[in-house]
Design a protein around this ligand. Sequence first.
Ligand SMILES: *[C@@H]1O[C@H](CO)[C@@H](O)[C@H](O)[C@H]1NC(C)=O
Ligand SMILES: *[C@@H]1O[C@H](CO)[C@@H](O)[C@H](O)[C@H]1NC(C)=O
Length: 312
Amino acid sequence: NIIFNGPLNAVLGGTVMFTTTLTPSEKPFTTIGWTFGSRIVVTFSGGNVIAPDYTSRITLSMSTGSLELRNLTLNDRGEYRVSLQPQGDIAKNGSTRLEVYERLSGALVTSSTNLLIEGNSVNLTCDAAAGSGFTRQWKKDDSDLIPTDNVTLYSNNRVLSFKSLNKKDSGGYSCKISNPVSNIEATFITVVNYGPENVQITGPSEIHFEQTLKLTCSAESEPSATYTWTLNGTEIHNSSVFTKVITEISDSGNYTCQAMNHITERISSAVHHLTVTGTKMVSAGCIAGAVIACLIVCAAAAGGGYYIYKEK
Ligand SMILES: *[C@@H]1O[C@H](CO)[C@@H](O)[C@H](O)[C@H]1NC(C)=O
Ligand SMILES: *[C@@H]1O[C@H](CO)[C@@H](O)[C@H](O)[C@H]1NC(C)=O
C-alpha cells in the first residue's frame, strides 16, 4: 500500500516534501521509519532518532508521517521507503523515487564555421553551461525541425548537421534544453550565402541612335552581387544599371553583365545583344522651333562622317 506521492523531481540545493496520503489523526503513530536505500534517515518509537548526516536537513511531521528533506545534493537521488504504524492499526508502507536535477543555465548554439556557404556542410551544436539530466529539442523558425537526408540530428540532438547547405536553410534555429526542473533556449540565426545565380539583363535589344539606353542587370545572391559591364570585351560600367543618355551607332554589340559575390567568390554572367539603328534623328524640339535655327550634330559611326542639319 503506497502511502505517499512520487516519483519526485527536485532542484539541487532545494527542498522536497515526501507526503503521505494519511489524514492527520488524533492517535499518534506507534512507530515511524524512513529509509533511503539501505540507510536509516529517521526512526520514531516513542522518541526521534535522526541519522547524524540528516539532523539539520529534515523535518518529520508527527501527525501525517510526511518528511521534508532540505539542501538536496545529487547523492540524495534514489529510493525512499516509509513504514508507519498508527496506534492500534497495522503498519502501512510506501516508497517513492527522488530525482535531483541541477537547474539549467547558459544555453548556447555554436556553429562549426563562421561563414555559411551554399553547398558546404555545417554543424550547429547545442549545449548548456550548467545543468543535469536534460533533453534537447530543435525548432526552425518556431516549427518543429523535421530531419531530412540533408539535415540530421546526432548525439541525442546535441548536433544539428547540414550535409550540404541550401539557401532555404537560412533562418532561426532554436534549441530548447529541458530537464524536469527548468528549461532554457538559445537561437542561432543562419544566413546561407549563395549565388550569384539567375543573372538577367533587362532592356531593349534594338534602339534608335541618340535615344537613351538603359540596361539593368540582376542576380539572385546573398550577399548582394556586385556588377561589372563590358561591351565587346571592354569594361564600361560598374553597377547594376548601365545608362547611356545619347546612344551612338558604335554602342551596338554584346553587353556582358558579370555578377560577383565576394563571400562565395563565385562569378556568373549574362550577355545581351543590342543593335543601334538609324542614321540620324531630328528631335521634336527642332521641328517645333521652326523659327529658331537649330543645329544638330549627328555622329554617324557607320558612315564615319558628320552631318550638319540646319533648319530656318
Ligand atoms: C540549507 O537550505 C536553507 C534553505 O533551504 C539555507 O538557508 C541554508 O543556508 C542551507 N544550508 C546549507 C549548508 O547549504
Ligand atoms: C558534424 O558532425 C558529424 C557528427 O558528429 C561529423 O561526422 C562531421 O564531421 C561534422 N561536420 C562538420 C562540418 O563539423
